[in-house]
Design a protein around this ligand. Structure first.
Ligand code: 3H9
Length: 719
């Protein structure tokens, strides 16, 4: 075998059974060496007269995690996957897939070419290709509908969500579950089949497809699901078209041909590159460049949350969902009872919607305990303070936590913008203090900004990043700088949206333009949801003059238009509905405020709206990199996709800028400079990269500048 081949297959013999074990740590993707090994050993077993059956399994915790994602878009060595799978499917000896762990994408497709499938209680199977902008292109769109029916198969392929071994057995994806030794049970199962004349092949099973032929509802339901959950994405339509062919064509190979054509179209589509960038970007973001991989993590076996409001409750649910017992502290009994009630209601909603069983709910609820006393936190491994944003209050709480918790407990603050170093200064353990900025609702939103204080120790950072992963979060490190990453970028975006309103656009136009770009919610719908009165009241209280960009929203508040909460804001809302209806009565206010500020309202194109709002994110993102606040440009993409509704299929704002080309970005930014010279000054790093490589790539963070700004970890890494 050539040196550059990645991964291998181990071959052993047990009596009359050959065992092929895919060995490509950590998750056994079907890299070149695996495909070579599978081909070689299937043939070897077939040519060995003493072998009567073949078992295919995986080494370690995974069966096969799919095709090797890093090979897409590159020339790969070894046989292609289709050739290898054909050899398994047409093996003269029966093949059983012994699914020891995750069988995803091409991994499940490999199991589907086997005659039999046995899993364990730990097995997880699914076709998540859609999350990468792809379709299951190794026969999945043709075989899974044959096995479990097109309706269930479409649900699995469009959601991309894997199912447990138990569910896979119920649905018929696998034939049996082993409760003991998988390989022993697999051998026993296969021995019983060895004498049979024929062994089932999924490709030959047409009954479930024929049931769906001539009926419209299966495909119509899939289309409805795709448009509801995967707006703007290319791959779901391709998946549906493949299944439509499977339903309507008798010949299996015709469907396979279609699948290959549609797969290629997905592969060539820019959405695929964007979504794979996010897959690897999320894994890259979890690594802190100047902290060694082997840095020990503290065990987190218990936690305490200070504050039982919306954030505190949501954070507590994250711990319970990860199986970690958590105490929720509030010194006000009424608040505590209400907070626990909300947690219970949230879980009940999941039970009612079939997302959780009653038993699972009882288990997680049993992990969450209320307390009124700080003393109860004495033994927890981590505390997360989640009270409202008031520095003095937080400092006070940290002082108490420092006194009551054990010495090695980590003390985290869920702040969206306060100075972590100032909070840490009220303790005697600044090395153990860190920011954990969860996004609301904390039990649902995946983004977690982990804020690194000047003294946060390597161990603290590594532990909190691992904890984030355990909770299923997309964790991104930010230095302790104003606004951290996400909110700092957001400020420029909303600033531009508000200016566009003053210059002549209407809220509906701004929102529609950005939603058609792919944002999950336009800025004015978002402001209505959050409540326009929050800023207005705060300004009044502090006697602060309204800035230009808030003049319209403050004027709306003066007319009792606070947003969704009282059914009128930038939009009007009917009783009990969240659907925004245009509010023509506001237009007089917009005109008046533009006039008062000497702004001549004009026609604004949708393209200008998109360019100004999105490029405001990009330019600020470049400054954040320049200062070393974020480690790499991809981190900002992870932040924006998981916390701010940026479309995953565009790969995040920085990736979008790369696809435009930074020279084009600079050109567009410069064309806006006559509107506001200061705002539209290209970040120095953006200009530098545009002149050099044209993309955000491997350029170093400007250390001198970071030092100037007083950041300790100026050398957090490459861009
Ligand atoms: C496909 O199959 C297409 C076919 O239908 C058609 C072909 C013709 N390839 O996530 P982790 C790396 S498309 C290459 O932290 P976990 C990952 O980057 C594929 N590398 O572990 C990371 O590297 P590093 C469909 C992969 O335990 C390391 O493995 N399959 C692949 O939290 C550990 O990963 C999927 O979409 C891969 N396929 O989660 C499944 N998978 O250490 C994708 C992982 O350098 N994979 N790596 O950062 C997953 O969902 C998760 O990795 C899994 C394990 C659940 C398996």
């Amino acid at each position: 075998m050539a040196n550059e081949l990645k991964g291998k297959v181990n071959y052993t013999v047990n009596g009359n059974i050959a065992i092929l074990e895919v060995d490509n740590p950590p998750v056994n993707p079907l890299s070149s060496g695996v495909r070579v090994g599978l081909s070689e050993y299937i043939n070897k077993a077939n040519n060995d007269d003493s072998i009567e059956g073949i078992i295919l399994t995986g080494a370690g915790r995974s069966f096969i995690a799919g095709a090797d994602i890093s090979e897409f878009g590159k020339k790969a060595d070894g046989p292609d996957l289709h050739t290898t799978l054909r050899e398994i499917e047409f093996s003269k000896k029966p093949v059983l897939a012994a699914i020891n762990g995750t069988a995803l994408g091409g991994g499940l497709e490999t199991a589907l070419v086997c005659n039999y499938r046995m899993g364990t209680n730990k097995a997880i199977v699914g076709l998540p290709e859609v999350n990468l902008g792809l379709l299951p292109g190794a026969g999945g769109t043709q075989r899974l509908p044959r096995l479990i029916g097109p309706s269930q198969a479409l649900k699995m392929m469009i959601s991309g969500a894997p199912i447990s071994g138990k569910k896979a057995l119920e649905q018929g994806v696998i034939d049996a579950i082993s409760d003991n030794s998988l390989i022993e049970d697999a051998i026993a199962f296969l021995q019983e089949k060895i004498g049979l004349n024929e062994h089932p092949k999924v490709r030959d099973q047409n009954e479930k497809l024929l049931e769906a032929r001539g009926t419209e509802n299966v495909l119509a339901e899939a289309k409805a699901l795709a448009s509801k959950t995967r707006r703007g994405q290319f791959a779901p339509g391709q998946i549906i078209a493949c299944v439509e062919t499977a339903i309507n064509e008798d010949d299996f190979d015709t469907g396979m041909k279609k699948e290959s054509e549609y797969f290629l179209e997905c592969l060539m589509n820019p959405q695929r590159e964007a979504m794979i960038h996010i897959f690897f970007g999320e894994r890259a973001a979890s690594k802190i460049l100047d902290i060694p991989k082997e840095t020990p993590r503290l065990p987190i076996n218990s936690a305490g949350i200070v504050g039982s409001g919306t954030m505190g409750g949501g954070i507590a649910m994250n711990f319970a969902n990860a199986g970690i017992p958590v105490l929720v502290l509030d010194q006000d009994k009424k608040n505590l009872d209400r907070g626990m009630g909300v947690i219970e209601k949230n879980y009940q909603m999941m039970v009612d919607r079939g997302r959780m069983s009653q038993k699972q709910k009882d288990m997680v609820m049993a992990l969450i305990s209320p307390t009124l006393s700080y003393d109860d936190l004495s033994e927890v491994d981590i505390t997360i303070e989640a009270v409202y944003e008031n520095l003095d209050l937080k400092k006070e709480i940290f002082k108490t936590l420092d006194e009551v918790t054990k010495d090695d407990a980590i003390l985290a603050s869920n702040t969206s913008g306060l100075d972590i170093d100032a909070i840490a200064s009220s303790t005697k353990r600044p090395g153990k203090v860190v920011g954990t900025h969860f996004f609301s609702p904390a039990n649902i939103m995946r983004l977690l900004e982990v804020v690194r204080g000047k003294d946060s120790s390597d161990e603290t950072m590594a532990t909190v990043m691992s904890l984030g992963k355990k909770m299923g979060k997309a964790a991104v490190v930010s230095l302790n700088a104003p606004g951290f990453i996400g909110n700092r970028m957001l400020a420029g975006y909303t600033h531009q949206a508000n200016l566009l309103l003053l210059e002549g656009a209407l809220p509906n136009q701004v929102d529609s333009a950005l939603e058609s770009f792919g944002m999950s919610m336009g800025p004015f719908r978002m402001l209505d949801l959050v409540g326009l009165d929050l800023g207005w009241r705060a300004r009044k209280l502090a006697n602060i003059e309204t800035p230009l960009t808030n003049k319209i929203s403050d004027a709306l508040c003066e007319q009792d238009r606070f947003g969704q909460k009282n059914s009128k804001g930038f939009y009007n809302y009917s009783e009990g509905s969240r659907a925004p209806n245009p509010a023509p009565e506001n237009e007089a206010i917009y005109n008046e405020i533009s006039n008062q500020n000497n702004i001549v309202r004009r026609e604004i194109s949708d393209q200008e709206i998109i360019d100004r709002c999105i490029l405001a994110l990009v330019n600020e993102g470049a400054r954040i990199l320049e200062e070393g606040v974020a480690q790499r440009s991809g981190d900002m993409d992870i932040v924006y996709i998981n916390g701010y509704g940026f479309p995953i299929w565009r790969g995040g704002p920085m990736f979008y800028a790369n696809q435009l080309g930074l020279t084009e970005v600079i050109k567009k930014i410069s064309s806006f400079s006559e509107l506001d010279e200061n705002f539209w000054k290209p970040a120095a790093l953006l200009q530098k990269l545009a002149d050099e490589s044209g993309v955000f790539g491997e350029a170093p963070v400007a250390e001198e500048r970071a030092e100037l700004l007083g950041f300790k970890k100026a050398n957090m890494g490459g861009v």
